[in-house]
Design a protein around this ligand. Structure first.
Ligand code: SAM
Length: 293
């Protein structure tokens, strides 16, 4: 059976197809197919592609979204780990212009691939946060990403200062992208149904994410350190961070205090209450003061 005749919206048809090829759905690879054609179209449309645009597709599975992208004239680079799916994708899309396949674990393979302006993925639950974090830290930026993630991860991406879900991950990713929720999906939107709800999100690269205005290099290690003890005062955590950068406690507290004062941040504030621009300013100030240099 080929993809053109495969009904991606029918669990029965998908199961019969997989059985026919001796394949199964593997929970540990986060394999849950999106079986709502209308939502697949909505997610693909949210990328706002023009013909010829390059898209990284993460976890194409049997290619339900791949077809949507190719129909829009996109050049698709598909990253898939499951060898059975890879074989099928190669048969099905291998001859289509603009399609290429990167077999293997995307967490390892993406670094060797040239970037693209767009990314689409119904992300496997177990790697979603790591992948988004790695891409952000590796400065592999996309003009736009449309991703489906577990609802809880979506909450972490859209959390505001002071909320329980606000974390170093929020600052890392939402510091680079504006995040907009597109659609919420219950278990029945997938085959097999997962135990969790999912969220379709659109992430647009912020104007101050690259070039001269890019976040200072010290931002990510500093934020990680501050959130590792989020209930401590920023004065103490920042002092410890400065000291770990310079390898000595001498002068660390004074430098931390000077940076906080310059940024107008109260020394007894909790890191979890600082917003993204405050973190950026703080990291920039520390860099000016020679920390981490
Ligand atoms: N795109 C399809 C859809 O929307 O119906 C399938 C999405 S399914 C949630 C996740 C896909 O990612 C599966 O095809 C799975 O095999 C693949 N996958 C899981 N872990 C992966 C990894 N580390 N690298 C690449 N692909 C992976």
């Amino acid at each position: 059976m080929c993809a053109a005749s495969l009904n991606y919206d029918s669990p029965l048809a998908l199961k019969a197809f997989l059985d026919g090829r001796g394949l199964g759905m593997r929970k540990k690879l986060g394999q849950n197919f999106l079986i709502k054609g209308g939502i697949r179209k909505k997610l693909a449309a949210a990328l706002e592609l023009s013909p010829g645009d390059g898209v990284w597709e993460i976890g194409p599975g049997l290619g339900a979204m791949t077809g949507e992208l190719l129909e829009r004239g996109a050049r698709v680079k598909a990253f898939e780990l499951d060898p059975g799916f890879v074989e099928f994708l190669r048969e099905e899309f291998g001859g289509r212009p603009g399609f290429s396949l990167v077999p293997g674990d995307v967490l390892k393979t993406w670094k060797g691939e040239a970037g693209a302006p767009f990314l689409l993925g119904n992300l496997p639950y177990n790697i979603a946060a790591v992948l988004l974090g790695d891409l952000a830290e590796g400065k592999r930026l996309f003009r736009r990403m449309v991703v489906t993630v577990q609802k809880e991860l979506g909450r972490r991406l859209t959390a505001r200062p002071g909320q329980a879900d606000y974390s170093s991950f929020t600052v890392l990713v939402a510091g680079l992208y504006t995040v907009k929720a597109l659609v919420t999906m219950g278990p029945s939107c997938f085959y097999p149904p997962p135990r969790v709800d999912s969220a379709g999100l659109r992430l647009d690269l912020r104007e101050d994410a690259a070039g001269e205005a890019a976040p200072p290099g010290l931002l990510h290690p500093m934020v990680r350190r501050l959130f590792s003890s989020r209930r401590k005062t920023v004065k103490n955590s920042l002092g410890a961070f400065v000291s770990s950068c310079s390898g000595t406690e001498r002068g660390a507290k004074e430098l931390a205090m000077a940076a906080l004062e310059h940024c107008g941040i109260r020394p007894d504030e909790r890191p979890e209450n600082l917003d993204i621009p405050q973190f950026r300013e703080l990291a920039l100030r520390l860099q000016h003061l020679g920390v981490g240099g």
